[in-house]
Design a protein around this ligand. Sequence first.
Ligand code: ATP
Length: 242
Amino acid sequence: MQSGRAMLNIDQLSVNYGGLRALDQVSLRVNEGEFIAVVGPNGAGKSTLFKAISGTVPAASGTIRFDGEDLLALPAALRAHRGIAHVPEGRQVFKSLSVADNLAMGAWPRAPRAAQWARTLERLHGLFPVLAERADQLAGTLSGGEQQMLAIARALAAEPRLLLLDEPSMGLAPRIADLIFDCIQSVHRDEHMTIVLVEQRAVEALSSCDRGFVLESGRVVLEGAQAALLGDERVRQAYLGR
Ligand code: ATP
């Protein structure tokens, strides 16, 4: 789905780590309801892009606007309140808390009332039934795939408007990664969630998205609609192994 209304507008964004320029004048627009894929090799700056959006690394220059508002003027917590949920690379669930408590922690930006939370939880359990079965289990004892499902569900618990997913398939067996991709696609399709997905599994990412961006050495080197990217010779050679 592509309504054409810009939700996220990044213009000429640069991020430095000391002397290293991790993002170099990146411009990128995400429309409401879109599914965007960002692909690129290790160290291209994909995670840094998400960190700059969610506010865990500062920008050196450029602008990020969310619904027209200057995001860079807001601390990370307020960006979450505005409806941005970031599922970082490596899952990072609260391992010593139960599955249920992890989900409840995810709801903090909205502080829902009991009835509203019950509805949210029902929806999350519908998406990821295993999380209902494992509600009392410590998150650290879940399998990698289950932890990834929990990390995504915890982000959705905040009822975000924009979901940033950083390498959700990382370290998972192909069958489990496929399952996670199916879940992500159903969140987009059934809930019209606006999603930006960073992935090294370029085939799956580009096959799922409406539009995609290729990031290399901190720069956007290519962008386009799904079909154009899948058909692009450079993308086919570098990322699709053809
Ligand atoms: P990967 O797919 O390997 O996660 P990536 O595309 O997400 O890579 P980033 O993690 O954003 O890339 O890193 C971009 C560049 O910034 C890399 O050269 C990386 O080594 C460097 N970098 C990332 N985080 C830091 C940090 N905290 N301090 C210094 N350099 C960093």
